[in-house]
Design a protein around this ligand. Structure first.
Ligand SMILES: NC(=O)c1ccc[n+]([C@@H]2O[C@H](COP(=O)([O-])OP(=O)(O)OC[C@H]3O[C@@H](n4cnc5c(N)ncnc54)[C@H](OP(=O)(O)O)[C@@H]3O)[C@@H](O)[C@H]2O)c1
Length: 426
């Protein structure tokens, strides 16, 4: 099957991430898609300063025509941002018969209609998953998974910079300026954070989401926007006293008097799913009479999360161009599952309340390389419950140890063993 050839406009944070991802995942992608995804040309105004662009197999230039006018290129990936020259370049790419993938929310929030009209005329596809909430598949859900839905309301945490600042203010009782400085230090906020903290970035994303959810043209200017700069630690403390937390929400509601589109800081119930979205994470909560309430949460920005959304769109184009149906698996090899594992365990022993009981249990555990992190005994009439939390232990060792312990006279019921799952920990 012939390669899908990519022309990249802009090799900055996301463009650089895409080049890296395509290199690192080339073989897996080829297996999964059945085609090779290959960058053939990159245009970037400061390509000469970017060492990672040198010595590659693709052409590099500051002249966008090496991408736009290149007959080899099947898909143009626009990652320069802004409205100008992105708009002209995207239109030119479509006119030249190329599919387009873009992460440019400003472009889509302001010229989405025009771009999709050109794509329709050219019978080409536009991939835009990365324009809203990075790695979270919110666009795909709105356009595919929820195609039959009638979204009543959406609440988005769509700006990682604001969410990071707000949750730091809330948790560490710190003023806005201090939380902003930490966000800047960690690379979650720009040196000039105005676009993010004013709520404009979230408004552009909401314009795209509400256009798709409500199937009507929405522009950035239709959205009422308030930012987070006026919040103080007192607001967070008062909200918490009321059992609520503050988040910058992008809100879209379908109501009898029309659509309500807003971006603003708002108090939400501390028990609502959205209140658990902290730090730089993004989320989209939707409510629809058919699918019911749903929430997607995760990394909404950054080189790799955004590049993976771009890559997802490129892969979808490669598959649809190819026309062959998706296969269940790219191979037939059987998965090798591990037979043993390491866990920390919660163990509850139902025992007689006698001297030496704990010593007997601990001895068997120690004989099986299981060390105790903490121990707790409930007072009461016999038999009593003794709860032990272990350090990391081998599952198979614990099974042997419990086999012996459960046979002891002092044990009055089979021991309960629960694993501590700690996502993200190796
Ligand atoms: N960064 C994220 O986490 C993220 C997340 C979601 C969506 N996005 C979107 O992805 C797009 C790219 O963002 P980014 O963060 O990768 O931006 P970036 O780091 O500023 O990269 C843009 C690249 O394009 C180059 N460029 C700008 N204007 C150009 C022009 N006229 N001609 C040729 N090259 C040009 C820039 O060169 P210089 O180095 O000279 O500036 C830079 O290398 C934007 O639309 C952004 O909104 C980004």
């Amino acid at each position: 099957m012939k390669d899908l050839k990519i022309g990249l406009l802009g090799a900055g944070t996301v463009g650089g991430g895409l080049i890296e991802l395509l290199e690192n995942r080339q073989q897996a992608l080829q297996k999964r898609i059945g085609r090779n995804l290959r960058i053939v040309a990159v245009a970037d105004r400061s390509y000469a300063r970017k060492a990672f662009l040198q010595g590659k197999s693709f052409k590099v230039s500051d002249d966008a025509s090496i991408v736009l006018e290149n007959p080899e290129v099947d898909v143009v990936v626009e990652l320069i941002g802004g409205l100008d020259p992105s708009r002209q370049w995207v239109l030119q790419a479509l006119a030249n018969g190329k599919h387009v993938v873009t992460a440019n929310k400003a472009l889509l929030a302001n010229h989405g209609q025009e771009i999709f009209e050109e794509a329709r005329k050219a019978r080409k596809e536009i991939g835009l998953e990365a324009a809203v909430a990075g790695a979270l598949p919110v666009i795909r859900n709105l356009r595919r998974v929820w195609i039959g839905s009638e979204i009543q309301e959406m609440f988005g945490i769509l700006n990682g910079t604001c969410n990071f600042i707000i949750t730091r203010m809330q948790k560490e009782d710190m003023p806005y300026e201090q939380a902003l400085a930490i966000a800047q230090e960690k690379g979650f906020a720009e040196a000039d954070p105005t676009f993010d903290v004013s709520g404009r970035d979230a408004a552009q994303k909401l314009a795209i989401l509400s256009s798709l959810a409500f199937d009507h043209l929405v522009q950035e200017t239709d959205i009422r926007v308030e930012g987070i700069t006026e919040l103080s630690p007192l607001d967070h403390a008062m909200a918490m006293r009321m059992g609520r937390v503050i988040r910058l929400l992008a809100v879209a509601k379908r109501k009898s008097d029309g659509y309500h589109l807003r971006v603003h800081p708002a108090l939400i119930d501390a028990n609502h799913l959205l209140s658990s979205v902290e730090e730089e994470n993004n989320a989209l909560f939707t409510n629809d009479p058919y699918s019911g309430p749903t929430m997607i949460v995760g990394r909404g920005a950054g080189a790799h999360p955004t590049a993976s959304a771009v890559l997802g769109d490129i892969a979808a184009i490669a598959r649809s161009e190819d026309g062959s149906p998706e296969v269940w698996l790219s191979g037939t090899e059987k998965l090798q599952c591990a037979t043993d594992a390491w866990y920390r365990f919660y163990l509850r022993f139902r025992t007689l309340d006698r001297a030496g009981v704990l010593a007997s249990i601990s001895r068997v555990l120690a004989d099986h390389d299981i060390s105790i992190a903490s121990m707790h005994q409930e007072e009461g009439s016999e038999p009593v419950d003794v709860v032990i939390l272990t350090h990391d232990a081998r599952e198979s060792n614990l099974a042997h140890a419990l086999e012996l312990i459960n046979k002891m006279d002092i044990i009055r019921a089979p021991t309960v063993a629960l694993r501590l799952e700690e996502p993200g920990r190796d």
